[in-house]
Design a protein around this ligand. Structure first.
Ligand SMILES: N[C@@H](CCC(=O)N[C@@H](CS)C(=O)NCC(=O)O)C(=O)O
Length: 288
């Protein structure tokens, strides 16, 4: 993964190296007309300076991600919706490589790289969205007022700490993702026991889901109010996984995900297509 990231970082440098050759050819012609007034060496230096003034546009943000993951989809949607220029590196199969682990011992994606961070990298989808919102003053997604912000934080912590573990236990066996150590799904228990545990997790989803609706949305279109906040991006993305088990989402939840997608447009649809495509693939494999 680190190698891939380095490769993509090197590309613009190669392009940049090609451009000055062209650019310096043009000013050279102009230079000959003015040669009497200015020495060629000075003119060439000026031309080189002109080229330097237009550096190749570098992506502001490096994001290591896995396309089928809703944790990753969350940050991919957010980066697009917030207009942040993110260079995505597909970390599939690389998260436990020595290069990746040296930077991120938790081997988790999404992961961003940013010079301002004390350790250079940051993982955890919600922490990434909070950091980027703070850094770029994106109050539309993450309000500054303490009470409003606290509700967004509460919704996200509740999602990561309560809803997501149920979603993972219910869907990971079908997604082909490894389950968490210490859980029935991860053990060598009889398949009937694993199926029982999966069904129990699936049944447990309804309660926290309803809490998002009745408590956090509280009659508003989104947890954030009129517009989707980072908590809404996190929730809508999470619900995408439930399609793999044909979970019967309540009407409000279907309309809610559709509303988040409508508001965010391509910013949502593009990363969602990767998750949906993976689910469609997994389901097609299960049928054969
Ligand atoms: N709570 C974390 C979960 C991150 C996570 O579980 N990432 C998984 C993909 S869904 C991962 O990168 N796994 C790769 C590995 O453990 O090697 C978040 O919201 O970012």
């Amino acid at each position: 993964m680190a190698k891939t990231a380095m490769k993509s970082a090197k590309k613009p440098t190669a392009k940049t190296a090609a451009k000055p050759a062209k650019a310096s050819a043009k000013p050279a012609a102009k230079v000959s007309a003015k040669a009497a007034a200015k020495p060629a060496a000075k003119a060439t230096a000026k031309a080189a300076h002109k080229v330097k003034a237009k550096p190749a546009k570098k992506p502001a943000l490096k994001l290591s991600m896995l396309k089928p993951s809703v944790n990753n989809m969350t940050v991919r949607v957010f980066a697009r919706a917030a207009g942040l220029d993110a260079a995505e590196t597909d970390a599939w199969g690389h998260t436990r490589s020595p290069e990746f682990m040296a930077r991120n011992p938790a081997h988790l994606t999404p992961m961003i790289e940013d010079k301002g961070l004390p350790r250079g990298v940051l993982w955890e989808s919600c922490a990434i969205m909070q950091y980027l919102s703070n850094k770029h003053g994106l109050e539309k997604f993450y309000p500054k007022a303490p009470a409003k912000r606290a509700m967004i934080d509460s919704a996200m912590f509740y999602l990561v700490g309560t809803l997501y573990p149920y979603v993972a236990r219910a869907t990971y066996p079908f997604l082909g993702f490894p389950q968490y150590a210490g859980e029935v799904g991860h053990s060598d228990a009889h398949p009937d026991k694993k199926s029982e545990a999966q069904k129990a997790a699936m049944a447990a989803i309804a309660e926290p889901l309803e809490v998002f609706h009745s408590f956090f949305r509280d009659g508003k279109p989104f947890i954030g109010g009129k517009n989707p906040s980072i908590a809404d991006i996190r929730l809508a993305a999470t619900l995408e996984f439930l399609a793999v088990i044909d979970y019967a989402l309540p009407k409000w939840a279907k309309e809610y995900v559709a509303a988040v997608e409508k508001k965010l447009g391509k910013a949502y649809a593009e990363p969602a297509a990767d998750v949906r495509g993976y689910i469609a693939y997994v389901k097609s494999q299960a049928k054969t």
